[in-house]
Structure formats: structure tokens, C-alpha cells
Write a new protein. Structure first.
Lengths: 107, 114
């Protein structure tokens, strides 16, 4: 079974700061997902990647398959980015999730 | 097109009662997944369907849990003789095929067992 570790568990930053959330996993995978969950809200898929780097707006996700590591970056962070960010790995037989990173961006 | 929908959005039940949770995937999505998020816990995988078939049911927490999918569309997750530890948000997701495709999540059903 794949073990998924995220760090940090909690992160509080000021508006405008560059944010990095890390994810490592124990077993080689076919795809890694970054998900976002707002308080009381549903889960939104931000990225799915199997190699390299993807960018969407102020969000950037990278993955290093050899090192079994991925990072999610947020540039020019904003209070509306406050949410739980969840890393998940897996494929056809469902996802294994990290415990999430609780991000608070203060104005 | 509509996203993944789930019903009910909230369910409060008494210990020992049976509950049925419903998931409507995105039209045309052949893969459907059930997950659970317990209070203070992370997300855990329960079961997935490819078409109407569930190849692996080992993720279900106990034999009180069962799931089915008919017509390659709607799925129901049934919990019999509910216990307080079953209280959680039950999430459904669908994707266009198993493998690397992105999963789209429903809003979840919040189940509270009194």
C-alpha cells in the first residue's frame, strides 16, 4: 500500500507570499493528484500529473518521479486560497490520500 | 453538463438503522469511486466501479457496507445497522475511464449516526 506524506500539516502566511506544499509517496505511481477542499465545501481537483510540471493561473504543480515527490506552489497568495490542500496518488483502483495541508492566508 | 451529484446532502439516522446513499456520476463516465472522510481523519477509499462491476471490495470497512451500480450510471452505497463510527462525509467521484484520468468529486453526503 502506498504511503502518502504531506508537509506542512498547517501553514499560515501573509497575503502575497509564495507558498509551497510538499508531498512524498512510497511506491511508484502512474498519477498524482492535487485536490482543494474549502471549509464546508466540496473537493475540487486542481491537478493530475504523471511527470514534469503543470501550471494553472497562480498554481504550479511539479513532480519528480525518481524521488517520489511532488510540490504544489501558490504564487501571490490571496486569502481566498485558504483551504485544505490534499495530495493523492493512485489510478484504476482508487486514490490513496495524504492527510492534507491546512493553509490560511491572512490579509 | 452537470457534475457529480449526491443525495441526500445530509442524513441523520439512529444507530441500528439502514441508510442508502446515492451518487449520480457525470454522464458517460464509466468509472465511479466511493470515498469516506471521517471527522478529524483523512480521506479513505471504499470501493470503485468500472461499469457495473466492482473488482475489489476490500476497502469497505465491514460487511455492513455494500454498494451497487446499475446501468453503468447511478450507484448506491448502503450501510446496514449503522453505528456511530459510520458518521462521516461520504464522497463519490467519477472519471471517464479508470487509469490516469482526472476524478470529479461530488459534494458529498454528510451522515450522522446518533
Amino acid at each position: 500500500k502506498n504511503e502518502v506524506e504531506q508537509s506542512p500539516q498547517n501553514l499560515t502566511a501573509q497575503e502575497g507570499e509564495f507558498i509551497t506544499i510538499n508531498c512524498s509517496y512510497s511506491v511508484g505511481i502512474s498519477a498524482l493528484h492535487w485536490l482543494q477542499q474549502h471549509p464546508g465545501g466540496g473537493i475540487v481537483s486542481l491537478f493530475m500529473l504523471s511527470s514534469g510540471k503543470k501550471k494553472h493561473g497562480r498554481l504550479i504543480a511539479t513532480i519528480n518521479i525518481q524521488e517520489k515527490h511532488s510540490s504544489l506552489h501558490i504564487t501571490a497568495s490571496h486569502p481566498r486560497d485558504s483551504a485544505v490542500y490534499i495530495c493523492a496518488v493512485g489510478g484504476a483502483d482508487g486514490l490513496t490520500f495524504g492527510k492534507g495541508t491546512h493553509l490560511i492566508i491572512q490579509p | 453538463g452537470a457534475g457529480v451529484s449526491q443525495s441526500p446532502s445530509n442524513k441523520v439516522t439512529e444507530k441500528g438503522k439502514d441508510v442508502e446513499l446515492r451518487c449520480d456520476p457525470i454522464s458517460g463516465h464509466t468509472a465511479l469511486y466511493w470515498y469516506r472522510q471521517s471527522l478529524g481523519q483523512g480521506l479513505e477509499f471504499l470501493i470503485y466501479f468500472q461499469g457495473n462491476s466492482a473488482p475489489d471490495k476490500s476497502g469497505l470497512p465491514s460487511d455492513r457496507f455494500s454498494a451497487e451500480r446499475t446501468g453503468g450510471s447511478v450507484s448506491t452505497l448502503t450501510i446496514q445497522r449503522t453505528q456511530q463510527e459510520d458518521s462521516a462525509v461520504y464522497l463519490c467521484a467519477s472519471s471517464s475511464r479508470t487509469g490516469n484520468n482526472e476524478q470529479f468529486f461530488g459534494p458529498g453526503t454528510r451522515l450522522t449516526v446518533l
